[in-house]
Design a protein around this ligand. Structure first.
Ligand SMILES: O=C(O)CCC(=O)C(=O)O
Length: 195
């Protein structure tokens, strides 16, 4: 499915991974990833980031968002194999992966653009989902008359954002009161080293 949205280039492949692959990979990434709990200071108040994260990639890749700096751990086999499968599907070559673990519906990812300078002018982000389905929301930054878009990200799906999407659209994973299973999301990114 392709989202025909203005100022965006977004594609969604619902069955990128089989249910069996999803099950195995979920357990593997849950147990093998080096998860961290970061804190964020907003308006002078310090909060825990409402999810766990882990960052993997090529040697010396660093990624900074919301003033949190992450140093890449080296790829492990299953993650590198998934990256290679994503590279083929997206006809791209990703260099890093930020994993998010949403333990329950209380965990979330607030409205943001992935527009850090190390992602380049037109960031390309491929997002693979495992575990419970969560809603992915998109809203245009300047055209307030455009409706918010909601895409349920099911286990095994791949969402690719590229082109000028990050200049014009914010995205988020809102909290939910509905019962949801834990979810692991893997966002493959290209980090430019010289910025
Ligand atoms: O969990 C998701 O699907 C979105 C993750 C995300 O927006 C991010 O890591 O920047």
């Amino acid at each position: 499915m392709l989202q025909h949205l203005p100022n965006a280039d977004i594609s969604h492949v619902p069955n990128f991974l089989s249910p069996k692959e999803c099950e195995t990979l979920y357990q593997t990434f849950l147990s093998k990833s080096i998860w961290r709990q970061d804190q964020i200071t907003l308006f002078g108040k310090t909060h825990e980031v409402p999810r766990l994260t882990a960052f993997y990639g090529e040697k010396e890749a660093t990624y900074t968002y919301s003033r949190i700096e992450m140093q890449a751990h080296s790829w492990f086999d299953e993650l590198l194999q998934l990256k290679q499968k994503v590279d083929v599907e997206c006809e791209s070559k990703f260099t890093s992966c930020l994993l998010n673990l949403y333990k329950s519906g209380k965990d979330s990812n607030g409205w943001h653009q992935d527009n850090e300078k190390e992602l380049g002018v037109n960031p390309e982000i491929a997002s693979v989902s495992l575990g419970g389905t969560r809603l992915f929301k998109l809203k245009h930054i300047t055209r307030k008359n455009l409706q918010t878009i909601t895409i349920p990200l099911e286990a095994g799906s791949l969402l690719l954002m590229k082109g000028e999407t990050q200049h014009y659209w914010k995205h988020c994973i809102p909290k939910t009161k509905k019962p949801v299973s834990p979810r692991i999301n893997l966002t493959f990114r290209k980090i430019l080293q010289s910025v």
